[in-house]
Design a protein around this ligand. Structure first.
Ligand SMILES: *Cc1c(COP(=O)(O)O)cnc(C)c1O
Length: 478
């Protein structure tokens, strides 16, 4: 509502708060440039912007970029002008190879694939990181100074961050992947970059070790301030904001609420679905699909969030035990009780285990279901979709399809809703897994051609935060 007497009307400036309640409220650009809140918590908007059913229905048929502008402008107001945001969004999606950006494909039986892999590195991470890169360089130019990005990657964040931030002025990007735990294509996408501001580390450890090292770099405040450390992992709220958009465009296109099945690792992508629903989107259900790294399935089904050992699977981008973004869902499920969230996360970091209180658990279960599947079920899902539709899906999408098939009978019992599986990567990123399932690898898209002949640049380092710090300091000095 706009009061006629108040022209020119300034939209309200969105403020952000930390899930742990000990950080000052701040603006979108500070959230973007900081990543993690200074109290160790994750940022969320102080209140969720709201869209009415009719506003959402009216998104049907609009350009993806225009819907993205309408949604993101609610978060960025006060930090970026409308013109800056529009320019950033257009630039972010200029290099996508599908005009719809996130096409929805009917695969029969009320099931759909929401294809999120049409960006430069062929995984859904591009959808958010391309915007983040555009906004980041604009925000940094206004603030001045340099930024050092350290990203832990289970495979796809690294290449998407490099594609978004490689070559930008005043930014250095350090990307740490677990050595030998990413696919060859994923590794080459990171290590063959020509940009001098990109530094690849192969860590002798798991993804969780890499994520733990990033957290410990942040907790060394002197070091973090000295290098202007920032994070572009899905703990950065700008990524969640950008990922809400496709839940909304998919629902608008279907014209009715959907059940979304989301291949899940760090819980960022599926939390964007919760965010969209808190903004007014009608969502039938959010289904967490995990591989053998099933911490989220156990948390929902058994009520205990407990880290286990990390397993190498056919879907390496989900080989994650500690799902960082779950903290956001816990904070919301606890009625935004920051003291409880801070205590719970401290308990978890000490004992690697958190018993979910009944109120929190029932709130989570009212929104989420969870299914885990193993590599054999992943291969079977790739083979089944290929046989039924002729389409080749990647192993992460296949984990989603396998979960959707476990859900199908339940969905029939409840009011049936369309089931949308988020298709998070192009199959050509995982040719070995695909070949195991259907006998032949997928054909290679243009974007990957030629990569095999380029030299790789990476540094192998031990699983030790002090070694990583030394390496970062010496690269920044050199
Ligand atoms: C990152 C990734 C996921 C998991 O997404 P989260 O936001 O970490 O839960 C799933 N599939 C692919 C292909 C990915 O790259």
């Amino acid at each position: 509502m706009v009061w006629p007497g108040l022209w020119p009307y300034n939209p309200p400036v969105m403020q952000f708060i930390s899930t742990r309640g000990q950080a000052p409220q701040t603006s979108f650009s500070d959230v973007l440039l900081a990543g993690l809140a200074p109290d160790g918590g994750l940022y969320l908007p102080q209140s969720w912007p709201q869209f009415s059913k009719s506003e959402i229905a009216a998104f049907k048929g609009q350009r993806y970029q225009d819907v993205a502008f309408t949604i993101l402008s609610k978060f960025t107001s006060g930090s970026f002008s409308d013109a800056e945001l529009r320019e950033a969004i257009e630039a972010a999606y200029a290099d996508f190879d599908a005009p719809e950006i996130a096409p929805l494909v009917d695969i029969g039986n009320g099931q759909y694939l929401l294809e999120l892999f049409h960006g430069p590195t062929l995984a859904f991470k591009d959808i958010a990181l391309q915007i983040l890169g555009q906004l980041f360089s604009r925000a940094l130019a206004k603030r001045g100074g340099r930024a050092t990005i350290v990203a832990a990657t289970s495979g796809d964040t690294g290449s998407a961050a490099i594609a978004a931030l490689g070559g930008l002025p005043n930014i250095n990007v350090f990307v740490m992947h677990p050595k030998g735990r990413v696919s060859d294509v994923q590794r080459r996408q990171m290590t063959t970059t020509a940009h001098a501001n990109v530094h690849n580390i192969a860590l002798e450890g798991s993804f969780d070790d890499a994520q733990g090292i990033v957290k410990s770099l942040f907790s060394d405040t002197a070091f973090a301030n000295d290098i202007s450390l920032t994070a572009v992992n899905s703990i950065n709220f700008a990524r969640i904001a950008a990922q809400c958009v496709y839940y909304i465009t998919a629902t608008a296109a279907l014209g009715r609420p959907a059940t979304f099945v989301v291949p899940t690792g760090n819980f960022g992508d599926i939390f964007a679905g919760e965010a969209a629903s808190r903004m007014g989107l009608d969502v039938a259900r959010l289904v967490i699909a995990t591989n053998a790294n099933d911490i989220m399935a156990r948390a929902l089904n058994d009520g205990v969030y407990a880290a286990g050992n990390s397993h190498a699977t056919l879907s390496p981008s989900m080989d994650i035990q500690v799902a960082s973004n779950f903290e956001r869902a816990l904070f919301q499920a606890a009625g935004r009780d920051a003291d409880w969230t801070a205590a719970a996360m401290n308990d978890f970091s000490r004992s690697r285990k958190l018993e979910l209180p009944p109120g929190v658990l029932s709130d989570l279960r009212s929104r989420y279901s969870a299914f885990a599947c193993d590599d054999a079920q992943t291969r079977a899902a790739i083979a089944a979709v290929h046989k039924e539709t002729g389409r080749i899906i990647d192993p992460h999408t296949a984990v989603g399809v396998a979960a959707a098939r476990k859900l199908a009978p339940l969905n029939q019992l409840r009011a049936p809703s369309p089931v949308v599986v988020l298709s998070t990567a192009h199959p050509a990123k995982f040719p070995d897994a695909v070949a195991q399932a259907i006998g032949t690898p997928p054909s290679e898209p243009k974007r990957l051609a030629g990569m095999k002949n380029l030299p790789e640049k990476l540094k192998i380092l031990g699983n030790d935060a002090a070694l990583i710090k030394q390496f970062i300091s010496s690269r920044l000095a050199g």
